[in-house]
Structure formats: C-alpha cells, structure tokens
Design a binder for this molecule. Structure first.
Ligand SMILES: [Zn+2]
Length: 207
C-alpha cells in the first residue's frame, strides 16, 4: 500500500491536470504534522492552479495514534469496501480502539473527540438525543469541543440541506450519564445508525 506519494488527478471543476501529495497513513508519533494538516482540512486536498477550486481527494487513509492505542481507517468506497476493511481489521488482530469511517471529515471529528478525552460512542448517542429533542434527527451535528469548566459540549449544526453550519452548545450532563453506563465499545462503526440502535436498546432495557 502506498502510504505517501503523489498522484495525478484532474480538477473536477475545470479538468486541469495536477499532481497532488497523497498521504494514506498517518502516525501521530512519527509524523505529527500530518495530523495538524488533517485537522486544518489541508490533507489530501487539490487546490487547482487554474480555477483555485479546492477538492478533497477520496482515498483510503489509516490514522494511528500509538499513544492512545487508537486506529481509525477512512474507507470511502461504500458498503462493500467497509465490509472488506472490517475483515482486514479482524485478520491483523490489532489491539486498541479500532474505528471505520467513510470520509476524512468523519476522521477529523473522531480525532477531535479523541483529543478531548471523550468516548465517541457516548458522543454519538448524545447527538441522537439532542437531535431528537429538537425533532431534527436527519440533520448533521458535528462535535467541536468540550468546555469542562462551563460543563458544555460545543457542536456545529447544519441545516436541512447540510449547509449553513452554526455553532450550538449543550449541557455536558447527558454525555456524562451515558459515558458512565459502559466501558469502551468494540464496534468498529460507531456512527448515527449505531447510536440509534444503542438508544433503542437502552430504552428497551430500562422499561
Ligand atoms: Zn480547476
């Protein structure tokens, strides 16, 4: 697997060919600047010389934080590719937390949650509860930060069309209650669909 190289692509807006550096493996200990570029939205991005349009390249990326014993694999190829990646994770017998996500943006959110010292599964469940409370379950809500002094979680909420992001905040209490319920979650895909099922199971078990 190529972990760092250049790839020839064409700008999707104007068709201008370009060479772009493509990073497919991020190790936070040996290459900390890759993580900074990821968080800044600058990793694997084509900025076209001809029309200035920025395009994120869809590519497999394996993120590994050895200090947190944490792996996250970005698998953009849809359900079949996800299943294949799941099988690979199982076969290599890696230890620690393992996650699969469909995009670099999803990876960025996972890394922010990890760096904040929070559990992604409890964050996903908190999101579903928050969205259900405003009857907007289909909206995109992304974790941004935690403020432990003020006891709030900060989020970015998108409109019905996935645009116009606006900052919102919520109490940290519901998250803390959820996080206290369980140890870590071994599932590799911890996303909205997972959280909906987890909340249904939680409601069923308390009734
Ligand atoms: Zn262009």
């Amino acid at each position: 697997m190529v972990i760092r190289g250049t790839t020839r692509v064409s700008c999707p807006a104007c068709g201008e060919p370009a060479e772009v550096e493509l990073v497919q493996s991020i190790n936070t200990r040996t290459h900390p600047t890759d993580k900074l570029r990821l968080l800044a939205g600058e990793l694997n991005v084509l900025t076209c010389d001809a029309c200035d349009k920025r395009t994120q390249l869809a590519s497999d990326v394996l993120f590994h934080d050895p200090d947190a014993d944490y792996y996250c694999h970005v698998v953009p190829g849809g359900e079949a590719a996800m299943r294949q990646a799941e099988a690979v994770f199982s076969s290599i017998g890696a230890t620690g937390t393992q996650r699969l996500v469909p995009s670099l943006n999803a990876l960025v959110e996972k890394v922010k949650i990890l760096d904040a010292g929070l559990s992604d599964w409890a964050i996903e469940m908190t999101k579903v509860l928050l969205l259900a409370s405003i009857s907007e379950l289909d909206r995109v809500l992304l974790f941004a930060a935690v403020d432990r002094d003020k006891r709030v979680l900060r989020w970015v909420l998108f409109d019905e069309d996935g645009r116009a992001p606006e900052p919102v905040s919520s109490s940290l209490d519901p998250y803390d209650k959820l996080a206290a319920r369980a140890e870590d979650v071994a599932e590799r895909r911890v996303d909205r669909a997972w959280a909906l099922e987890a909340i249904k199971a939680m409601i069923a078990s308390t009734n």
